[in-house]
Design a protein around this ligand. Sequence first.
Ligand SMILES: Cc1cc2nc3c(=O)[nH]c(=O)nc-3n(C[C@H](O)[C@H](O)[C@H](O)COP(=O)(O)OP(=O)(O)OC[C@H]3O[C@@H](n4cnc5c(N)ncnc54)[C@H](O)[C@@H]3O)c2cc1C
Length: 376
Amino acid sequence: MVNQRADVVVAGAGIIGASCAYRLAERGLSVAVLEASSTFASGSTGKSAAGVRVQFSEPLNVMLSWQSIQEYQEMPAAGYRPIGYLFLVPLDQWEAHYQSAVMQKELGVPVEVLGLEAARRIISFSPHGLAGATFGPADGVVDPHGITQEYIRRARARGAEFHFDAPLIQASRSGGLWRVDTPLGKFEAGFIVNAAGAWAGQLALRAGLSVPVRPSRRMVFSTAPLKTLHTYPLTIDLSTGFYLRSEGERLLLGMSNPNEKEGFVEGIDWSWMETCLEAGLSRFPWLSETALDAKASWWGYYEVTPDHNPILGLMPGTQGFVNACGFSGHGVQQAAMVGKLIAEEIVDGRAHTLDIDPFRYQRFEREPSAKERNIV
Ligand SMILES: Cc1cc2nc3c(=O)[nH]c(=O)nc-3n(C[C@H](O)[C@H](O)[C@H](O)COP(=O)(O)OP(=O)(O)OC[C@H]3O[C@@H](n4cnc5c(N)ncnc54)[C@H](O)[C@@H]3O)c2cc1C
């Protein structure tokens, strides 16, 4: 039975845990990563739609994504493809969406406001009810597995140890250390990083803490290969939340179900596919010429917080428990920067490259916290 001491135990070997482990090891700390399953990226990271974008309504989300995108641009393993994100915006959401685009431009990120005719030159759609569009030319897609694997490689090269089939079962703090039970034995560490994705609420409970992250299932549907080849950007109809994008010769499609029950519900809800397709066909009538490939479709969990923003940094009311969770469906695109900030929080006592105060746990103590609107 292992009885190991490390500066930091990172719980979870998805893209967030891997990025944190790399940046902590880079700063000279000893790191033990505990992963419940038998391999890396087997949670939400391996199920995501892999999109990266700067188009958020909360400035900190814009910066977390933009600085991460810039890191992915320089990382061959990230497989960054700038296919763009196109938001189609209905009349009743236009003013708020436009103001977000103004804020994004002020932050210096690439975003363009388009009229409907210009947007229709990118993708054919029916314009009913729409006021305008925005396009992020540096937005696109990445390879979440490739990024996670690369961070694990870099972390290991700096001495971090990864333990699989090693769930954190229970953790308690005494004598200035966290004492962690796993099926592999006990670990001791000054810090625990909660990078357990949709399981982050559950993980916190195992340490006697309450962190408001809940799982909510999402589906991604795939078409069969299309007859004509064309690369479609990730295009979102904000009037319904329906989105599509190209993946090779296929299209990926999806739409969040507002009535989806929270919890670890499994499998694809095929009745939701019908609703999703109806919404898609009303905006993109040409979809009627595509065929769905049920076997290439999949599902996974969003890790949802009350305001759809992540929870970052030291947990108040205890010592050495650091949250890096609750990304509410946009963690892949923020992982690079989150790893850096969490390492700063632990090594320097406070994250400083970006001010993470808006996303600290403490925001829930001063309700209402600002809600991220651009959640897909
Ligand atoms: C359908 C879908 C589409 C998405 N699309 C996008 C997108 O386009 N762009 C984007 O940025 N994001 C997207 N996301 C969200 C993104 O996948 C997540 O935000 C991101 O993967 C979170 O990474 P993570 O490492 O925190 O979580 P995960 O990858 O889930 O990793 C958490 C890990 O913790 C492990 N774990 C759980 N309990 C314990 C325990 N007790 N002890 C140790 N380990 C434990 C789990 O096994 C898991 O491997 C999407 C998600 C889904 C489901």
